[in-house]
Design a protein. Structure first.
Length: 272
């Protein structure tokens, strides 16, 4: 074989190898990454700061579920079957930035006692009242040390078929009736705006067990010295820090529906 023929053969072989490599690369590019419609990963919102409180998995990491009512009746609380309402949330209820932007008040509160359950005449959730001591305020004009009544939208309903527990959605739960410590995202409802209402699991977020245990030990009244102790304890809480960061996000309200941004809020009697 002449030298010229040999170089020609090598050139043709190199060209063939290059064509094969390009074909493989183009084929892989053509496949691309899986489209969002064809199985994108679940949306999450920040770290799992606090997960799996009783009956309420992954409060801060789960995205909203439009089928919250699908497993109604499969869960029990205090021996009662649970029923969920069918509600389409107006925004992502598991995004603390939006939750805080929507709330009238955000506070760390300790439940002192269960104050009864009411059943409005109109078709709606029962309303369960709790006497709460305000330990720290993240948003709004309430004061640390103040005692307020916070109304949980949900509770026990007596019916012809027996009793059941009505809640907002499948991530919802009833807070501890005594000693529970939570970040409450409160909406002021009713006329003249005297009801401090918490709706859904996103509005009642438990603090870490160790932090909650320490805050349960703070005796009333909450004087300036005890307020400092509360602040030192809350410095250990990632949940609290996340909601403080949300309160400092001045652009969060832009993520709410326009009608929610424009509506007038009732003023609470507790502001005085």
């Amino acid at each position: 074989m002449s030298r010229k023929t040999m170089w020609l053969a090598l050139g043709l072989l190199s060209a063939l190898v290059l064509v094969l490599v390009l074909a493989v690369v183009v084929g892989r590019l053509g496949q691309g990454a899986p489209s969002e419609e064809a199985g994108s990963p679940a949306v999450t919102h920040g770290p799992d700061l606090r997960t799996d409180p009783p009956g309420s998995p992954d409060l801060l990491s789960r995205a909203n579920s439009g089928d919250a009512h699908d497993d109604a009746g499969s869960r029990m609380i205090d021996g009662l079957p649970v029923v969920y309402i069918r509600a389409d949330p107006p925004f992502d209820l598991f995004d603390p930035d939006l939750v805080v932007a929507n709330a009238d008040y955000v506070l760390v509160g300790r439940i002192e006692r269960h104050a009864g359950t009411r059943h409005p005449d109109s078709p709606s959730l029962p309303q369960t009242d709790y006497d709460v001591t305000v330990l720290e305020v993240v948003k709004g004009s309430l004061k640390a040390g103040q005692e307020v009544v916070i109304t949980k939208q949900g509770g026990i309903v007596e019916g012809e078929g027996g009793s059941c527990m009505e809640l907002y959605n499948k991530y919802d739960f009833m807070p501890e009736a005594e000693g529970g410590v939570y970040v409450f995202a409160v909406e002021v409802l009713g006329d003249p705006g005297r009801t401090l209402s918490v709706i859904g699991a996103h509005s009642t977020v438990p603090l870490e067990d160790g932090v909650a245990a320490e805050l349960r030990g703070i005796e009333k009244p909450i004087d300036p010295g005890k307020k400092k102790a509360v602040n030192r304890i809350l410095e250990k809480s990632e949940v609290f820090a996340r909601y403080v960061a949300a309160a400092n996000n001045k652009n969060a309200a832009a993520g709410l529906p326009q009608w929610m941004r424009d509506r007038e809020r009732y003023k609470s009697a507790y502001e005085r």
